[in-house]
Design a binder for this molecule. Structure first.
Ligand code: NAD
Length: 404
């Protein structure tokens, strides 16, 4: 069926409803709640949701490392781990909800969530075509910042990506219009408060960590309205941080520059709209050793969720290889959780232990197949490194090339 008057009228009505909802959302964003002060929360509840596919295997390993590092806090009643069941694809399909109501309630009772990857049905799959659980959780918990660090100390790569997490191409990704059979339109949304809060977070992070450069990545030369708003906000806010160098690049050339050895170590903190952030961080993770090595923090004012950057890897499960999945993505996420609640010393130690096991010493390695270590074996190796007294000096030896 080609485009006709009725089709255009329906799409117009649909667009009007979307705009009204976005205008309402914008007004709410102008009065953000005060961020949680974790120092005053007792017990701090960490919900653990294994997800599906390889999720439960790698999430269990991350939980065991966190429980070890927070054992005194748990014993003293300052931290409590809470099991969150029901975020599996089977349960979500049964409830025909991306995140069933009772599961969402349980998640909201926690302060922090350690979450395994969750499968999203593809168009044409059997059962209800539910939305991505992640998109729903990011929206429901208003987790507006997706922070994804990538580090390769030997190559002097130490990047932190601040990906806008609630807007862009994802917010209305399931609400596009197909007019007739031949005309498809999707919507990309940016709001000024949405751009400003992620940009500010990136600059504040740079200040707090004495990092002298923040780089925006957009395609504002082509996607002029939404990316244009983002880029204008970036330079306007940058003027309030005169001690920090600010620059911007287009997403296409940035994908090339990340693999340019002459240039890449000069980049430090990136801030970028949702879709570009999603894509660029997978490339960055590959430079670190693969998506199985990279974790992320989803930060909002009231809640924060920590997870791998990859998905549920259903093929690995189908081929019986889930126990060979790399848990380091989830364990890096656990390090971000520690950093987020102010346990910066423990977070740094965990990151260094991960560097030693995964990049430097590599006594055993995960390959995703039976010729490599299992998730449990590599975690046991990590635990062994984590308790060594000489961890810091070993790391420094490796980083400087003396440890080889
Ligand atoms: P994927 O990220 O799940 O996996 C792609 C491939 O990467 C795997 O087949 C595997 O070879 C490798 N891989 C990923 N993680 C690994 C690990 N920890 N160890 C070893 N190898 C690993 O991508 P996909 O197949 O496109 O997505 C599968 C499902 O996950 C989809 O339903 C998708 O929607 C969902 N997904 C969820 C999240 C999330 O929950 N945050 C993110 C991305 C995708």
């Amino acid at each position: 069926m080609s485009v006709n008057k009725a089709g255009i009228e329906n799409a117009r009505e649909h667009f009007a409803k979307l705009l009204a909802a976005q205008a309402e959302r914008l007004e709410k964003m102008k009065e953000p709640p005060a961020p949680v002060d974790y120092a005053g929360v007792r017990p701090l509840k960490i919900g653990v949701a294994g997800g599906d596919g390889i999720g439960p295997v790698i999430c269990d390993q991350a939980r065991s490392v966190l429980e070890f590092l927070l054992r005194d806090e748990v014993k003293g009643g300052g931290v409590e781990f809470v099991n969150i069941e029901g975020l599996t694809i089977e349960n979500r399909l049964r409830a025909a909800r991306a995140v069933p109501e009772d599961v969402l309630e349980k998640i909201k009772e926690c302060h922090l969530i350690l979450k395994g990857p969750t499968t999203t049905p593809r168009k044409g799959d059997a059962g209800p075509n539910i939305e991505s659980a992640n998109v729903v959780l990011r929206r429901e918990l208003d987790l507006f910042a997706n922070i994804r660090p990538v580090r390769v100390p030997e190559k002097e790569i130490d990047w932190v990506f601040f990906r806008e997490n609630t807007e862009g191409a994802y917010l209305l990704g399931s609400a596009g219009s197909l007019i007739g059979d031949e005309l498809a339109v999707d919507f990309t949304v940016a709001t000024l408060p949405g751009c400003e809060r992620i940009i500010r977070l990136a600059f504040d992070y740079a200040v707090k960590n004495s990092i002298g450069r923040v780089t925006a990545v957009t395609k504002a030369n082509v996607v002029k309205t939404t990316d244009g708003l983002f880029l204008d906000a970036f330079y306007r806010l940058a003027s309030g941080y005169p001690e920090i160098e600010s620059d911007d690049w287009y997403i296409d050339i940035m994908t090339a520059k990340l693999i340019d050895p002459a240039r890449r170590s000069q980049f430090k903190v990136f801030v970028l709209p949702n879709l570009y952030g999603d894509i660029l961080t997978d490339e960055a993770a590959q430079i670190q050793g693969g998506v199985g090595t990279a974790g992320s923090a989803n930060i909002g004012y009231r809640w924060a969720m920590f997870e791998a950057i990859h998905g549920s890897a259903p093929r690995m499960v189908k081929e019986g290889r889930d126990k060979y999945a790399d848990p380091f993505s989830m364990i890096r996420a656990a390090a971000l959780l520690l950093q987020h609640i102010g346990k910066t010393g423990k977070a740094a130690r965990l990151d260094k232990a991960l560097d030693i096991c995964g990049q430097f010493e590599r006594r055993i390695a995960v390959t995703g197949r039976p010729d490599g270590a299992t998730a449990a074996e590599i975690t046991a190796y990590l635990q062994e490194i984590l308790v060594r007294d000489d961890l810091e000096s070993r790391w420094e030896e490796f980083r400087s090339g003396r440890g080889r």
